[in-house]
Design a binder for this molecule. Structure first.
Ligand code: ATP
Ligand code: MG
Ligand code: MG
Length: 551
């Protein structure tokens, strides 16, 4: 049933269109360019873009750059790249709130002329004291009843740079006894002699978020201004601003619950801290959930869209299991990737009855579930590498892999029977010997006997040496993200494992940065875009094959 499957925002939009409140839909994603985007922002981007697309409306990418203190243009580029990568297509040019500073100034003048704003000389501390508390009403500022003329004069002089930072502010004149503290004559403009990344030194007064945001939306013809729940208490102010400024089709603010992932650090502030303290290797360290990091790790835009669709939109706060994101990337890559053999912890397997110097090329299907991916040739010869854990001197019950006397299938190869093994002085196995049965060649249709174990391998002289990075959560699953006593992060010491003696099939030397593969029995891996070279490939594990999540 289509009606039931609509989320609460779509229901609001349907009603607005039905009642003619709006004739078309316009949404926006309004990031502050003060850091890299993370998975939470992806939710907002895909939600806003998805709604515009669904209703045949517009979607704007607008930088909310009204605070010169924190913003840098370096983040603008990365944000644009991330939005594009996610597949969210914005209409028109990239927009900047700072391009509306003139209109915002005019809007403030309009409020002053209506007697709805005044210049206040109280200090920040005094304003706080006068504001009151949740249980106590606020007190009127002694400057509240200044005349319109005086306010216009003072505000213009604020703009002209006659006053110091913090000496005067412009406040909306609303209600100091409102139960909503945001409505107690909020500051809407402040003096800040600072250079802005876009407007340079043109302005020394800057609008506050609660004043600027509704104006930005109104100027652009945004209809549904979607934000997160912490702004719910600001909505009356949003509505006040668009009402007092008499916009003909005022936008409306709608709040939804932020996306939280369990045991994962979202929140620009925290990610920034990890980067600055060198706990991670930059904003795109694959252990992070910044969009750049997810991309580098090997997540696809499709997997993130699937994840957001599964999570849905709601008004109640909850956190989502990271396993759900992993489920989505597995689902997305399942049919897209070739399944190749890679040995992460190699030990040599020598087939004593296989002719020395001989090589044969096995025909291997790239993906048994997707014929379209074709086949490849994989060299097979006398000396192979197999996983160290696929051999045991003294196997426990139900161990079906190699051990003395046991026969296993070499995937895409032959059956081999373990005959012997050698150890070094430390008792570490250095090589394993076996014999093969030529009748059992993969693809030959051999049905003479069955074996229980199948293991993967690579041909030692042809394999490419590679580095593989395995990841675990950055923060400790058991202990939670933050230490309860001192608030420090409960870091997982095993969040990164670097295996630098791995061997992969020779074809993988030609893999391109960002290409993904399934390494059979190991998981999905992606060629690292920063550190991988054809001679020394580096693979990031995106996700293991096993899942604890069931949709
Ligand atoms: P952070 O708290 O991580 O620093 P922010 O809200 O300060 O994020 P903005 O650049 O202001 O970052 O956010 C742009 C948009 O992304 C806002 O509309 C915000 O509500 C939304 N957003 C931020 N975090 C999340 C999240 N976890 N889930 C959903 N939307 C989010
Ligand atoms: Mg913000
Ligand atoms: Mg923030």
């Amino acid at each position: 049933n289509e009606v039931v499957s609509k989320n609460f925002i779509e229901q609001i939009i349907d009603k607005d269109l039905e009642e003619g409140v709006y004739t078309q839909v316009c949404t926006r994603f309004p990031p502050e360019p003060n850091g890299y985007l993370h998975i939470g922002h992806a939710k907002s981007i895909l939600l806003n873009y998805g709604l515009a697309k669904k209703y045949g409306g517009r979607f704007h990418l607008r930088f909310d750059d009204t605070n010169p203190m924190k913003e840098k243009s370096e983040f603008v580029e990365s944000i644009i790249e991330d939005v594009k990568w996610l597949g969210a297509v914005y209409d028109g040019e990239v927009l900047f709130a700072s391009n509306y500073f003139d209109q915002m100034y005019e809007a403030a003048v309009k409020l002053i002329k209506k007697g709805k704003a005044y210049v206040c000389d109280l200090s920040a501390e005094e304003i706080r004291q006068y504001r009151g508390t949740l249980t106590e009403p606020g007190k009127n500022s002694p400057y509240r009843d200044r005349s319109v003329e005086e306010n216009l004069d003072l505000f213009e002089r604020m703009k002209n740079g006659e006053f110091e930072d913090g000496s005067r502010v412009l406040r909306a004149k609303i209600d100091m006894s409102s139960p909503n503290i945001n409505m107690r004559d909020p500051v809407i403009y402040r003096v800040a002699h600072m250079t802005h990344h876009n407007t340079g030194d043109k302005w020394c007064i800057y609008p506050m978020y609660d004043f600027a945001h509704p104006i930005e939306d109104a100027i652009e013809g945004v209809t549904h201004s979607i934000c997160t729940l912490e702004f719910e208490d600001h909505r009356p102010l949003y509505d006040w601003v668009v009402r007092e400024l008499e916009y003909p089709h005022p936008p409306k603010q709608i709040e939804f619950a932020k996306l939280y992932l369990q045991n994962v650090i979202t929140g620009k502030r925290y990610i920034k801290k990890l980067v600055e303290e060198n706990i991670v290797d930059g904003w795109d360290d694959p252990r992070l959930v910044s969009i750049a990091a997810l991309r580098r790790r090997g997540f696809t835009p499709e997997s993130i869209q699937m994840f957001m669709d599964l999570v849905g939109v709601s008004k109640s706060q909850s956190s989502v299991d990271y396993a759900m994101l992993e489920y989505c990337i597995r689902e997305d890559l399942k049919l897209k990737c070739s399944r190749v053999m890679a040995v992460l912890d190699p030990v040599k397997l020598i087939i004593d009855n296989y002719p020395e110097g001989q090589v044969e090329y096995m025909d291997v299907v790239n993906n048994q579930e997707n014929e379209a991916l074709g086949t490849r040739k994989v060299p097979f010869c006398r000396e192979l590498y197999i996983e160290r854990e696929d051999f045991m001197e003294e196997p426990p019950k139900k161990y079906f892999r190699l051990y003395p006397g046991n026969e296993v299938r070499l995937m895409n190869g032959y059956f081999v029977t373990c005959t012997d093994y050698k150890k070094d002085e430390n008792g570490r196995v250095t090589e394993i010997h076996c014999t093969y049965d030529p009748q059992t060649r993969s693809g030959s249709g051999f049905t003479g006997r069955k074996v229980k174990g199948t293991i993967h391998w690579v041909a030692a002289p042809y394999a490419v040496r590679a580095t593989v990075r395995l990841y675990e959560n950055l923060v400790d699953e058991e202990k939670g993200v933050y230490n309860k006593e001192d608030g420090s992060l409960n870091l997982n010491p095993d969040s990164l494992t670097v295996l630098d003696n791995c061997y992969v099939e020779p074809d993988l030397a030609n893999a391109l940065a960002g290409d993904s593969f399934q390494f059979v029995r190991q998981g999905y891996f992606c060629v690292d875009v920063k550190d991988s070279t054809p001679l020394a490939p580096v693979f990031n594990r995106i996700v293991s094959l096993k899942s604890s999540y069931k949709p």
